[in-house]
Ligand binder design. Sequence first.
Ligand code: ATP
Ligand code: MG
Length: 768
Amino acid sequence: MYLSAMDIQGFKTFAQKTTLVFPGTKAGSNAVTVVVGPNGSGKSNIADAIRWCLGEQSMKLLRGKAAQDVIFSGSDGRGRSGFAEVSLTFDNADRTLDVSFAEVVVTRRLYRDGESEYLLNGQAVRLSDIQLLLAEAGVGQRSYSVIGQGMIDHVLSATPEERKAFFDDATGVRGLQMKRHHALLTLQKSAENLADVEMVLHELEPRLSLLRRQVKRLNDREAVASELNVLAAAYYGTMWWNGIDERLAIETRQKSALAIVVAKRTELAARDAELVAFEKAQIPSSSADTDSMQSLQLEYKKAQQSLADARRAHFTFERELELAKVKSQSTWAPLPLPDIIAEVKDVAVVHESLLIRLKAVTSLADLAPIIIDLDGISVRSKKLRDRLTRPNPEDFVQSAESIAAIANALTVVKSAEDLVKRSEEMMDAKAKASVAATSEVFAVQKDVRRLQQELSGLEAQANTVAIDYARVETRIEGLKKEIEDAVSERAELIMNVAPADRIVDIGPTHDRILRLRHQLELIGGIDASVMKEFAEADERSTFLTTQVSDLRSAIASTEKVIDELDEQIRAQSDVALKKIATEFQKYFAILFGGGRCSLVKLTKEELEAAAPSDSPINGGEASEFVHHANVDTLESIAKRVQERKDSVVGIDIQATPPGKRLKALNLLSGGERALTSIALVSAIMATNPAPFVVLDEVDAALDEANTVRFANIINELRTLTQFIVITHNRATMEKADVLYGVTMGDDGVSKLLSVKLEDYVGDETARR
Ligand code: ATP
Ligand code: MG
């Protein structure tokens, strides 16, 4: 590959489009192009144009301040240009440039409004694309490809770090360095992203664990609720159907008791009729006797009737009492927990205030209102206690009216019984006294009485069964309400379909139901949207966690890539630097006629300490970075990334001309500096030849003898590199294959005169 042409337009003094053609080879080696011309004619502007087109960003190196300074600024005779454009045409027949074109044209264009563009064969590309392409072919804009006027000893006055960049180009690792740079940027970006994602994940964590706890409570609640549902169904099913069965049994008992009563009544009525008939037929007596006996019997019947009435009344009261007992139990329900807590708190507060008041008592008169309040609070406490424990049927407190009513009814029954007894005795006495009385009548009368006694016993039994029935009815009624309250929508099913199995241990089941209800109350209500929110947060957390692990593996693989590049760079630059050091010594000896020089590689630590070490190039070791896969905290990643940034090592130059002892470069004379620099640049060219080199008056400070040596070195190196040399020296001019003359007229615009020497002097003459 070689530079075959350059087109300049609007760049500095080249206002009009100017084309420089560079020949490829001449007599088997690369052609040397020499540019000559008077001071200020624009020769250096040609070197600037090449540097600029290769992507130079430093305006200092381009001898300007603002970017637009490179655009032709106009002169007395000519207006300024709107843009500057430089194209470099490379012959790429050997495909040194890694593209499929035989000719590659790199163009840089800049408009006055600041808009700029880079083109590769007319296609817009990024600067970095061009830089990478050229760097891989050994053309580096920062290195010795273009050595500007007065810049040959720049490498001597540069800092070790700047020199390192120069040597990166010289050792051909620039392309690798750029790859490394891009990998490092990727690494930094990934590390930043990782920090961001981990922070988001960290921020999400408290909310997520709160939601997780709530979801667990929700699940617990569901477990409790479902156990409660099952138990409640079993419990109420058993209770309900036990009640139904009991009622059925009582119904049967009641029916048979009533049947027995009815039979007994029929029997009594028959016996009664028999007695009446007997009395009418068989005991004729005085009308007074008859009257008195009949009236006695009438009395007796009345007494019997009032006894039955009294018993019925007593039964009614007893029944009411029983129902009241059942009701008192079934209507009991534990207070809701919050109410209990509130009431307990309230009672405690009142107690507290009463205690305070008690302590403040000074006279007996103060005590009276306190005692009243104490009574009040003890009533409240008792009420609270009562509401906490299910009432026992035995503990049922009969009301005073009910006690009085039942006692009263019993007294009435007793007096009715007395009346019946007295009436019987009177009738007995009358019968005994009656002469007409026969033992037969007496026997029937006795039998009637026996039947009447039996009947009233049976009626009492039937009453008891009726009370039992009423009791079970009331209980079933209460249960129905309780079931509807407890299991609402399933109540119907429970009350219509008998359960397959009934539970035996009713009491413990009921206790468990109460405990489960209590648990539900404690858990409290949970918003169902928690589930959705948790799912979302969980999904986000999983996503972020995956991202974290992706980023971590991306970081690890990028670090590996950088490690590999570092190793490649280190190996390649070590080999190249050793060769350069050897060649440097050779050219130094040629130019100075002896003397010693060396390159010293500085480690990172040495640079930080600003104390150059004496380790020569073949002994020095570049700093290395070890990737510790185990230590993978954010901090360690950030630290490693940071350390990679600082991985620059510097290069120091030592030069001692023959017969001298000095080592410090700034003690060299101007000419010595130029010679040392030329020796170094020549060494680099010999070791790692760039496709082309532009030298702008690098020989300016040399004496005549050294100019000849310099020209000879160029003549030697042209086998490796294409030279474009700007010079005022004859010896150098004599090596030219093509000579361009640059002139400038009054219009401030550079003009080019091309002189192909062989055209009129012949190759050999030109060489000399
Ligand atoms: P020497 O032999 O002294 O090194 P030279 O031929 O290398 O001279 P250059 O440095 O190439 O000269 O040209 C410098 C000239 O270019 C200066 O006169 C300067 O005014 C002119 N110049 C620089 N930039 C611009 C610009 N943007 N527009 C017009 N003229 C410019
Ligand atoms: Mg110049």
